[in-house]
Design a protein around this ligand. Structure first.
Ligand code: FES
Ligand code: FES
Length: 147
């Protein structure tokens, strides 16, 4: 099936198998390796992207379901995303970095809909992404710093 998606502002048109997951389409067909596969149970959130502005686990979505959609990954470079990346760097909000793309996108989605979140709202906003390294505190500090 032929699909068209707009990823980070660029339109792509490709043939995909109906059963292909969006995460594999982004990584393997479009070469966007910042979208990670961290589990096979739909729990880790490393594969998070924004689909029409909403954070989704791209391993839970078929590529064909994204036909016509606007997708944002951690490679996106607008002012808010750059601010978040800088804050993650400066606040040491990562160790192995495997969760970082998902964390950036969950934080980005949160700050877009709520530019001044409380700490509790930040915790809630990133709760769909698991981090096994940092204990979350530095990530929360980074999001606060990006406000
Ligand atoms: S790869 Fe773990 S939730 Fe998608
Ligand atoms: S930095 Fe390693 S999983 Fe979050």
């Amino acid at each position: 099936m032929r699909i068209r998606v707009r990823v980070n502002g660029v339109w792509y048109e490709r043939d995909v198998e109906p059963r292909k997951l969006l995460v594999h389409f982004l990584r393997d067909d479009l070469g966007i390796k910042s979208v990670r596969v961290g589990c096979d149970t739909g729990h880790c959130g490393a594969c998070t992207v924004l689909l029409n502005g909403m954070p989704v686990k791209s391993c839970n979505v078929l590529a064909v379901q994204a036909d016509g959609a606007e997708i944002i990954t951690a490679d996106y470079g607008d002012e808010l995303m750059e601010r978040l990346k800088r804050a993650f760097h400066e606040r040491h909000a990562l160790q192995c970095g495997f969760c970082t793309s998902g964390m950036l996108l969950a934080s980005y989605a949160l700050l877009r809909r709520n530019p001044k979140p409380t700490e509790e709202e930040i915790r809630e906003g990133i709760s769909g992404v698991l981090c096994r390294c940092t204990g979350y505190q530095n990530i929360i500090e980074a999001v606060k710093a990006a406000i």
